[in-house]
Design a protein around this ligand. Structure first.
Ligand code: SF4
Length: 259
């Protein structure tokens, strides 16, 4: 099987409390805390697979925690740079809460995606479980790597997407993904100023005055294939979610996009 990307997943307490956090639906053993564990369990197997299959993108992300809470983040990046094939790119998927405190480490990635659904503290709190909105403008100003913004869209922010995109553009964001959560089949309401320019994996890609905006709905997304190293050391091509008392394997469309 060929993969679109590989994930190194972190688990433990988070600095946000999103009501929609996918990590809560994972089978409990997969969320075994690893924020202090160096190197992550079974990392050798992941490195071997990434090198053998020349997987280009390796992403540090979380199931129920933020990878920038990982105590050995910088050390792990150095190890990966040393042991992964020369074409590998390191990406970070984060909620952004610790970027400015870990700026030097943040800029060691090749690129980053920040989960950021609103500039408004009330809306942000409803979506992320905290009123503390990261200073996205300061992050953009300090970043030396490409930064994409990923915004979950639901009833708490869908009436504010025009102003949200305008502000993203004003502070220098170049790419935004607006995404419905897995199972949310509601279409996006029209947003003034969006001009379709293409598709990615079945999702429309639009231009918003120079800002690239992807309208992502999992229910119509053609599957992305990811290799996932879970916090307990499980290495799997599937995302293993609870369904009642049973476990079911789902494809990896949601993986890598938990944050
Ligand atoms: S979705 Fe991400 S930021 Fe939100 S609680 Fe879960 S791990 Fe933390």
């Amino acid at each position: 099987m060929s993969y679109d990307f590989a994930n190194i997943l972190f688990a433990g307490p988070c600095n946000r409390a999103c009501p929609w956090c996918v990590g809560r639906a994972l089978a409990a053993p997969l969320n075994q805390e690893n924020l202090t564990h160096y190197p992550p369990r079974n990392l050798d197997a992941l490195i071997e697979a990434v090198n053998a299959q020349r997987i280009r993108d390796v992403i540090l992300t979380g199931t129920n925690s933020d990878p920038q809470l990982y105590r050995h983040e910088r050390r792990l990046l150095a190890l990966l740079r040393c042991r992964l094939h020369e074409g590998a790119r390191l990406g970070l998927h984060t909620n952004g809460a610790r970027v400015l405190r870990r700026l030097e480490t943040f800029n060691r990635y090749d690129r980053a995606c920040i989960s950021f659904p609103s500039f408004d503290p009330q809306r942000y709190r409803r979506l992320m479980g905290s009123p503390q909105v990261p200073d996205l403008a300061a992050i953009l100003a300090a970043a030396t790597i490409p930064v994409k913004v990923s915004a979950v869209v639901n009833e708490h922010n869908e009436d504010d997407l025009g102003p949200f995109l305008a502000r993203c553009r004003a502070i220098g964001v170049r790419r935004v993904v607006l995404r419905r959560l897995l199972g949310d089949q509601r279409p996006f309401a029209p947003i003034a100023g969006l001009r379709p320019v293409g598709h990615f994996k079945g999702n429309p890609v639009c231009d918003y005055e120079g800002l690239q905006v992807t309208l992502w709905r999992f229910d119509r997304t053609r599957a992305l294939r990811s290799l996932n190293l879970f916090a307990d050391g499980t290495l799997s091509a599937s995302y293993l979610l609870h369904e009642g008392a049973a476990r079911r394997a789902v494809d990896a469309r949601g993986a890598g996009a938990l944050l």
